[in-house]
Design a protein around this ligand. Structure first.
Ligand code: EPZ
Length: 430
C-alpha cells in the first residue's frame, strides 16, 4: 500500500483543471446496459472506482473499449442479470446496476452492498421504489432477487429520513425508462449528477420531464439506442481544490467547473470572506491576510451544502479564528477525519451530529490514517497548512475518487509525494 508524504510549504499558486465527475460517471456507466447498441462516454475520470465498475460491466457480458484516456465505449449486446457478491461488496455504487438490469432484462440478482465506514448504506428506498413499479423483490442469502416481468409505471415517493437518495433516484430512473406506462418520482434527488444521467438517458431515447426538479416524470419506451455523452465536471474535486487553495492562503484558478454546481459551498466560503473571482467556467481563489470568518454549516441534499465537502471544511475551519459548527445530516458517522485532525492539532468537539471547531489551530505534521475518500482529502489539506511532515496512510481511499491528486496539487506548488509504505519512518511503524 502507498502512503503520501506531505509537507506544509506555503501558498499554492497556479491553475488546476477539474476532471470528470465520479458520481456522474458511475451510474452513467451502469446505464450503458440499457441498450444493445454502442455507447461512447468521454471525460470519464481515471479512478479505481471507475475501473471497478468497468470490470463488473465486463463480467456481466458487455464489450468494453478504452480507445484513449477518459473515453470508453460500452456495447451490451448480450448480458447476464447476476452481479456477484465478491464484485458488488467492493463498491457501494455497484448498487446502480439494479435499475438497468431490471429495465433491460426484467430480472436482476445483485448482492446487497455492504455498509462502509461513514455509516450503514441502506437501500430500502431503492427497493420500495421497485416494489411500486410492480417488481417482485426477494432478499435471500445476501442477494436481492428481482422479478420485473410485470413491471409497470407508477407513482413513487422517494423521500427518506435524510431526504432523497441519489443512487436510488438513478436506479429508479433506469428501471422506469423502459417500463410500460408513466412513472412519477416524487422527492427525487436533484444533484447535477442525476441531471447528467437524465441527459444521457434522453440522448438514448428516453422520455423524462422536469429534469433537475424533485418531481421527475418518465414515460416508458420500448427500447433505447446508443449515444455519445461527455460526463460533467466533478464539483467535489473542484470544492476540494478551492479548500486546498484557501487553507494555504494561495492564489489558484480552478478551471472547468460551472460555479452553478457549487452554490451552497461557494455561499459558505464567501460568508467566511474567502476572496474569490467567479467566472462562467472557473473559480479563482485569491490570497488573503488575517483570518477567514467562522461559519455554521449543515449538510443537506442538493442544492444544500454537500456532505462530500464536509470533511474538507472541517480542516479549513480549524485554521479559522472563532467557533464554527458543522452538522452532518446525511451520514451518521462521517466524522472519522476528526480524531486524525485532532492528532495534527485541531481543536474540535463532537456533539451528536455536530462538530464544534475552535480555531485557529496550529496544525503540526503527524502520521495519520485515512478512513474514507473525503476524509483522506481533509487530512492532506491539513498537511498543506501544517508545520513539518504529515504521513497519510491508506491512501487507496483517496484513489477511489481523485484522479492524479498528487500530480495536480504538485503542479500548483504543493509538496506531496506518493511513496511505498516501506518508506514510512521506522518509528511510525512500530
Ligand atoms: C451518493 O451516495 C454519492 N455516491 C455519495 O458520495 C454522496 O455522499 C451521497 O450520494 C449523498 O450526496 C455516489 O453517487 C456514487 P444516498 P448514495 O442514497 O446514493 C440514506 C463520495 O464521497 N438512504 O443519497 O449512496 C443514506 O443512508 C460518496 O463520493 C436511506 O436511508 O447516497 C444516507 O443517509 C460518499 N435509504 C442518505 O439517505 C436508501 O434506500 C443519502 O444517501 C438510500 C439512502
Amino acid at each position: 500500500m502507498d502512503v503520501f508524504r506531505v509537507e506544509g510549504k506555503g501558498p499554492l499558486e497556479g491553475e488546476i483543471q477539474v476532471g470528470g465527475s465520479k458520481n456522474a460517471a458511475l451510474p452513467i456507466l451502469a446505464a450503458c446496459l440499457l441498450t444493445k447498441e454502442k455507447v461512447t462516454l468521454r471525460n470519464v475520470p481515471n479512478l479505481s472506482d471507475i475501473r471497478f465498475m468497468v470490470e463488473i460491466l465486463k463480467y456481466l457480458g458487455a464489450q468494453v473499449e478504452n480507445p484513449e484516456t477518459g473515453t470508453w465505449t460500452i456495447t451490451s449486446s448480450d448480458i447476464s442479470h447476476v452481479a456477484p457478491y465478491d464484485l458488488v461488496r467492493k463498491m457501494r455504487a455497484s448498487v446502480c446496476l439494479i435499475g438497468p438490469l431490471v429495465g433491460r432484462l426484467r430480472r436482476a440478482e445483485v448482492s446487497i452492498p455492504g455498509g462502509c465506514v461513514i455509516g450503514p448504506r441502506p437501500i430500502d428506498l431503492h427497493l420500495k421504489g421497485l416494489g411500486k413499479l410492480n417488481c417482485k423483490v426477494e432478499i435471500s442469502n445476501g442477494y436481492i432477487d428481482i422479478d420485473a416481468s410485470e413491471i409497470r409505471g407508477s407513482h413513487i415517493f422517494l423521500g427518506g429520513r435524510s431526504g432523497s437518495t441519489v443512487t436510488g433516484t438513478a436506479n429508479l430512473l433506469m428501471a422506469a425508462v423502459l417500463a410500460p406506462g408513466i412513472t412519477r418520482i416524487e422527492s427525487a434527488a436533484c444533484e447535477p449528477e442525476i441531471v447528467d444521467l437524465c441527459k444521457m438517458l434522453t440522448r438514448m431515447g428516453a422520455h423524462i420531464e422536469n429534469i433537475g426538479s424533485p418531481e421527475l416524470i418518465i414515460t416508458g419506451v420500448d427500447q433505447l439506442h446508443g449515444c455519445e455523452h461527455s460526463v460533467i465536471p466533478d464539483r467535489i474535486e473542484a470544492g476540494t481544490f478551492i479548500a486546498a487553495a484557501a487553507i494555504t492562503r494561495g492564489h489558484v484558478k480552478i478551471k472547468g467547473i460551472p460555479h452553478t454546481f457549487l452554490g451552497a459551498f461557494l455561499d459558505k466560503v464567501q460568508e467566511a470572506e474567502l476572496p474569490l473571482e467567479i467566472a462562467e467556467d472557473s473559480i479563482t481563489v485569491l490570497p488573503y491576510k488575517g483570518s477567514l470568518k467562522p461559519v455554521d454549516i449543515i449538510t443537506l441534499p442538493y442544492p444544500g451544502f454537500p456532505t462530500d465537502l464536509q470533511a474538507q471544511m472541517c480542516a479549513l475551519m480549524s485554521k479559522t479564528e472563532g467557533i464554527s459548527i458543522i452538522t452532518e445530516r446525511i451520514y451518521p458517522n462521517r466524522f472519522m477525519h476528526i480524531p486524525e485532525l485532532q492528532r495534527m492539532g485541531a481543536d474540535i468537539a463532537i456533539e451528536g451530529a455536530s462538530a464544534i471547531i475552535k480555531g485557529p489551530c496550529n496544525f503540526s505534521g503527524a502520521p495519520v490514517m485515512a478512513s474514507d475518500l473525503r476524509a483522506s482529502a481533509a487530512l492532506i489539506l491539513a498537511g498543506f497548512a501544517a508545520k513539518g511532515t504529515t504521513w497519510v496512510q491508506r491512501i487507496y481511499h483517496l484513489d477511489r475518487g481523485y484522479e492524479s491528486f498528487e500530480q495536480k496539487l504538485s503542479s500548483i506548488g504543493a509538496h506531496i509525494e506518493r511513496l511505498p509504505e516501506k518508506e514510512l519512518p521506522k518509528d511510525l511503524i512500530e
